[in-house]
Write a protein that binds this ligand. Structure first.
Ligand code: MG
Ligand code: ZN
Length: 162
């Protein structure tokens, strides 16, 4: 699969672009609790992201659990995006679900709401969009939003070169 045929590339965060460094914790809650996934970043660094649309779609249930604030969650995500891409996209391109795992919302993956919002923001076709993730719920979300899906572990085999 060649990513160059996509206008828009959306990424999951945890387990895809970053990893939590706190044992037994699934996602970072503060600065110093995460690292970028080096192998993925190496592949992505080969591409000129100033000429490509990209976004983030991540569940952040720690917000509803009171583990951290929405502001801190977004700051950590922004720091991650800067680390990977070197700059921030439009704020609408960074979507996070702050809702409870047992709650009802249209954004928490496996729902496709966040992907649909990013696709609508950029005004691209779902067929010109791919979502990169590490969990089955990411794949299902991509199907719900009618876009393609790539497992992050397959990313190293994908050419990003234009
Ligand atoms: Mg993930
Ligand atoms: Zn939600």
């Amino acid at each position: 699969m060649d990513l160059n045929r996509y206008e828009l590339v959306i990424f999951d965060a945890d387990g895809t672009l970053r990893e939590c460094t706190v044992e037994g914790q699934f996602y970072p809650l503060a600065q110093g609790e995460w690292v970028l996934k080096g192998d993925v970043c190496n592949v992505l660094s080969e591409y000129d992201w100033t000429s490509k649309k990209f976004g983030i779609a991540t569940n952040q249930p720690g917000i509803s659990r009171g583990e951290f604030t929405e502001e801190v969650s977004l700051q950590l995500l922004n720091d991650m995006v800067i680390g990977v891409f070197g700059f921030l996209p439009d704020k609408e391109a960074i979507q996070f679900c702050p809702h409870a795992i047992d709650g009802e919302c249209e954004c928490r993956k496996p729902a496709g709401g966040m992907l649909k919002r990013i696709i609508a923001h950029f005004g691209v076709e779902p067929a010109s969009t791919v979502f990169v993730g590490d969990r089955l719920k990411d794949k299902i979300a991509a199907e719900s939003a009618s876009c393609d899906f790539i497992w992050v572990h397959d990313l190293a085999n994908v050419s990003f070169k234009s």
